[in-house]
Ligand binder design. Sequence first.
Ligand code: F6R
Length: 605
Amino acid sequence: MCGIIGIASNKPVSTNIINSLKKLEYRGYDSAGLATINENQINEKKCSGRVEYLEKILFKTPAMGNLGIGHVRWATHGVPNEANAHPHSSEIVSVVHNGIIENSKILKHELEKKGKIFKSQTDTEVITLLLTDELKIKTPLNAVHDTLIKLEGSFALGIIFKEYDDMIIGARRGSPLAVGYSKDENYIGSDSYALKSMTNKISYLDDGDICVLTKDKVEFYDLSKNKINKKVLTLSDDKNIADKGDYKNFMIKEIFEQPITAKNCINEYIDKSREDINFYNIPFDAKKINKIILIGCGTAYHSCLVAKYWFEEFTSIEVETDIASEFRYRKIRFNKNNLYIFVSQSGETADTSAALDLCKKNKVKTCSVVNVVESTIARNSDWVLPIHAGPEIGVASTKAFIGQMLLLYMFSLKMGYLRGDIEKEDYQKKISNLIKLPDILIECLKTEDKIQLVAKDFLNSKGSMFLGRGFSFPIALEGALKLKELSYLHAEGYPAGEMKHGPLALIENGLPVIVISPHDKYFHKTISNMQEVIARGGKILLITDSNDNVISENVRFTINLPYLEKSLSPFLSAMPLQLLAYHVALLKKRDIDKPRNLAKSVTVE
Ligand code: F6R
């Protein structure tokens, strides 16, 4: 959460700071701000709301200066207003922060006892005030180092100093920070995406590192202030990353991109001539894995849940799933014969990253399924499986979900094959069906017109329910999550078989109930559960690949999907559910790419 940018240059920086903040808005968008140094003054501008408001402020009162820092906020301490927006500046120093200072209350109390006055309710301001004291007697590097020692929690920081109009200091502990290099200009940023339009040469700070940059050079220091070197990476050239083209917003673009992202992912891993899945350099023996534990948050967790069914179906391995924020605090019995798989679009989610760190400490086998290959989770795991979905900008995850499921589908199939748990013929048949998936997804997206009609039913509803069994149960959870995060309507996902154990009490006349029922072994059971809902007045949207007209009686809408292969049904049914959440949100005039209270990259726990 929160995005940081810093630029040291030989020309004015405020325009590039604004442009970078616009790219970082996916990390938080409830307030924005920047500070530059000009004529020996700190020039601070900030506002609540979006970067576009900050841009308007700058239009009226420009912030001059060849060095500056900027911030987009996702509020943790203090409401999203102007006073709490970053940077937090004193007379002599200005700070932007991503993360949480856990001992901020104690530090604040100590500072107040010394007579210091706080202007905001944030945890960040303690850093500003501590630094202000330290700078009276120390160099910027020593002042920062000695301040960081007092802080508990996680942070990425960008700091500028009134007396040093050519210097930015960055620091990292637990929250990501990248450094970018260019001619006569150097940068810090929360991620490479924010820096990509200015440079493709990047280094990443590790926990405990401090960087000192001017326009001409960058120096790195470790926890003990020893100078260290960092690898400089060259970023891949992603074209059209921030362009929504003719689409209304990124989310609908990303929904319709899914057939292409699926194709790219399949081409990356599938050898069509040999009908085989290429996973190179697998760093363990598939036959010796006793148990798989899949870990993630939110939508990524839902892809883990779907994958549990696949691993159980295609392999003889025991499988568990875990929510990262729970896993990291439980008393886990780690086992060296287990494989711990971490799923994360951003690769920066704090809970998932901490769960991975715990596994590393316990020296067990780890693997990550990520979209951002330069991310912390990718760098910290033993083995990385990139989903190749390209940058996902809409806060609600769509194409990354499909990419995560694809990778996990291929992984479970390959594991089954390597262990001799599935026959070659079955393995290759599943691969040849998988190759057809991108074209089938195009067909599934053609349901949009009908979904637009269905969406109207949700306008006046109190809430809704999503039901499924087997592979379709996690898809029901994901459908409900998408609807609630985008439309702010209450939505619940349940295994259809659980209804009579409580949730059936919620069914009343006209309540929209989405039933996901492909023609798999659960089909007739799910349809019976659906009848129980109809009998109590529920208004049904049935999503199925069955053409049985009798089934559709008393059903308000039926979305007919093509049939591909039972185990691939989660990919197909996810399409109309994403479209449904999108169209309900559109009718309700929600901010689709940036739903309220959320952020794309959840870097606080
Ligand atoms: C929902 C959504 C979130 C993320 C979750 C994990 O649409 O996007 O639930 O899936 O915050 O994020 P990553 O995958 O980046 O770890």
